[in-house]
Design a binder for this molecule. Structure first.
Ligand SMILES: [Zn+2]
Length: 235
């Protein structure tokens, strides 16, 4: 089951990668996957992980990277604000999602008439979920800003498919997070009891939209963390 899921995720990721990265090759020094399209007009590219200065040759349709030099004087920020800032959204968001799923299950149980499905602490859990969502969005703003800062100095604003993807996904994470916060705070999803309004069509629709947005945001966050990790630790 878990391996099937992993295979499915890998297949989707590979298809997405092929479409977005185009032809790729591995850095001969650190084996990081690089997109050929990121090379400059002279076919030169600096590996963001190990600093190898590569020249790309096309030999019979194959990409052959040649190491010309190593970038030695590379800005190394003393204060690693970006990896530290990532902990806030990556820590807070999954807990918010877990709370939302628990509230959904309790609401479903109450709707189906299971005894003890609704619980006294539900309003507190609902409020905690909202606080965690706001915290993760605020943390995401800091993470996004510090990431752009690092791209400016550490990577000298060079184009990398990984960084483009991270910028696009950061915007998506914030937009989806804002939509979830707005839905939650509007009262369209949760009643005063802390349970979801599953007794009306509008409530069911609002709840479904809320959970789908949270699930999509989790997938975006996991991708951001994964790609960010490869930029730090390589592949
Ligand atoms: Zn490398």
């Amino acid at each position: 089951m878990a391996s099937d899921l992993r295979r499915l995720v890998r297949r989707i990721a590979d298809r997405f990668k092929r479409a977005f990265y185009g032809p790729t090759f591995r850095c001969p020094v650190c084996h990081f996957v690089l997109a050929a399209v990121d090379a400059d007009g002279n076919g030169l590219l600096v590996c963001p992980v190990c600093g190898a200065v590569l020249e790309i040759e096309e030999v019979y349709g194959h990409i052959v990277p040649v190491v010309l030099d190593m970038e030695i004087h590379r800005p190394q920020p003393k204060l690693r604000a970006h990896p530290m800032a990532t902990h806030l959204p990556i820590g807070a968001f999954p807990v918010a999602l877990l709370g939302a799923v628990a509230l959904f299950l309790a609401s479903l149980g109450a709707r189906l008439g299971w005894s003890g499905a609704g619980f006294a602490g539900a309003p507190v859990v609902a409020s905690a979920v909202l606080v965690l969502l706001v915290l993760s969005a605020a943390g995401a703003v800091l993470t996004f800003a510090s990431g752009l800062w690092d791209w400016n100095f550490r990577y000298r604003r060079r184009t990398y498919r990984q960084i483009r993807l991270k910028i696009a996904f950061s915007i998506a994470f914030l937009a989806l997070g804002a939509a979830a916060i707005a839905l939650h705070a509007s009262g369209a999803v949760f009643a005063a009891s802390g349970l979801m309004r599953l007794d009306s069509a509008a409530g069911v629709l609002g709840g479904a939209a809320y959970l789908l947005i949270l699930a999509a945001d989790m997938a975006v966050l996991a991708t951001l963390g994964h790609v960010g990790g490869t930029l730090v630790f390589g592949e």
